[in-house]
Design a protein around this ligand. Structure first.
Ligand SMILES: Nc1ncnc2c1ncn2[C@@H]1O[C@H](COP(=O)(O)OP(=O)(O)O)[C@@H](O)[C@H]1O
Ligand SMILES: [Mg+2]
Length: 309
């Protein structure tokens, strides 16, 4: 569906995309995950031929993508990061307008508009002007405008920023449904949890470059940490922290605010050794948690910084 090779995009002196590669297969929900400023929107706009770029090759549907490739453009739906609707038009009129850029048959357009409103649960608001809608409803209108014409390939750029949890869940479920109906999805976000829940494959980006790509499981298996252990310990002597660091399989130890945090290698059984040591030294402890690493841990281990701002 999408093939991007060695894409370079500069804004003056700033290198926004640095030999960026991307390959998306038909039927995927592909996530572009990266902190603000990592180049997600720039990549999307270059792929859509909305932005000129300095170097690289982009094909969509197996054909080179150019500004005048209307055949490909007709099969694409775009939901931009900034809500872009007409303030003078109602919900239904806005959707009908955007759908009309692709579908000229009035009857078919009416049916598609109804379907898009149902899909984004906006039917009750059909006569509302955008200024009367809450942030979450406005986002849903933005999505309805981008997908009403039933595109095969849909780009959504951070569609859940600043929406309430209910709208967020409704948006994510809607995207899954579009995918079930056959659309290939490219979804950009700086929210790790969303991308983890939604996407079949994920690219982690930083500074205009691919950091790593794979399923959530593949990505978390790329790093050394296989398990994150938390033990509630009211008091812990420094000397014991050091001994825990020395346990086989332990990669890092920190103790703060009554919480002992230990990163360890996969299947190293260090949890048992840690608890044995605490018991042996008569150190009381409360709750114990063991968690697999998250995409934030992948980002942290590869780049040395947190994905969250
Ligand atoms: N029109 C522009 N002019 C100059 N710099 C820009 C422009 N758009 C984006 N940038 C810069 O390019 C980098 C990538 O931005 P962007 O693609 O918007 O990242 P993201 O979508 O991941 O937040 C950032 O450093 C941003 O400040
Ligand atoms: Mg962006």
């Amino acid at each position: 569906m999408i093939d991007v090779k060695n894409l370079v995009k500069r804004y003056g002196d700033l290198l926004a995309l640095d030999h960026f590669n991307l390959h998306v297969n038909e039927g995927e929900i592909f996530g572009l995950l990266g902190p603000n400023g990592s180049g997600k929107t720039t990549a999307m706009n270059c792929i859509l031929s909305l932005l000129k770029y300095d170097r690289g090759e982009i094909s969509l549907f197996g054909r080179p993508m150019t500004p005048s490739n209307y055949e490909s453009k007709r099969k694409i739906g775009v939901v931009m990061q900034n809500v872009a609707v007409f303030n003078e038009l109602t919900v239904a009129e806005n959707i009908d307008y955007f759908c009309g850029l692709y579908v000229t048959d009035k009857k078919r357009r009416k049916a598609l508009t109804e379907e898009a409103m149902e899909f984004t649960t906006l039917t009750d608001y059909r006569k509302f002007l955008p200024k009367k809608l809450s942030g979450g409803l406005l986002r849903r209108l933005n999505i309805a405008c981008g997908i009403a014409h039933k595109p095969e390939l849909i780009f959504l750029d951070e569609p859940t920023v600043a929406v309430d949890p209910q709208s967020r869940n409704s948006i994510l479920e809607g995207i899954r449904e579009l995918n079930r109906q056959g659309a290939t999805i490219v979804y950009t976000s700086h929210y790790m949890e969303e991308v983890e829940q939604l996407c079949t494959r994920i690219m982690i980006m930083d500074k205009g470059k691919e950091i790593a790509t794979g399923t959530k499981e593949e990505l978390t298996a790329m790093i050394r940490t296989g398990e994150k252990i938390t033990v509630e310990v009211p008091a812990l002597p420094d000397e014991l922290c050091e001994r825990i660091s020395g346990i086989d399989g332990v990669l890092g130890v920190s103790y703060d605010n009554g919480q002992l945090l230990v990163g360890s290698r996969p299947s190293s059984h260090s949890l048992i050794s840690i608890l044995d040591l605490l018991r042996h030294e008569n150190i009381g402890f409360g709750k114990v948690f063991s968690e697999p690493p998250t995409l934030n841990d992948v980002f942290l281990e590869i780049t040395g910084k947190q994905l969250r701002d």
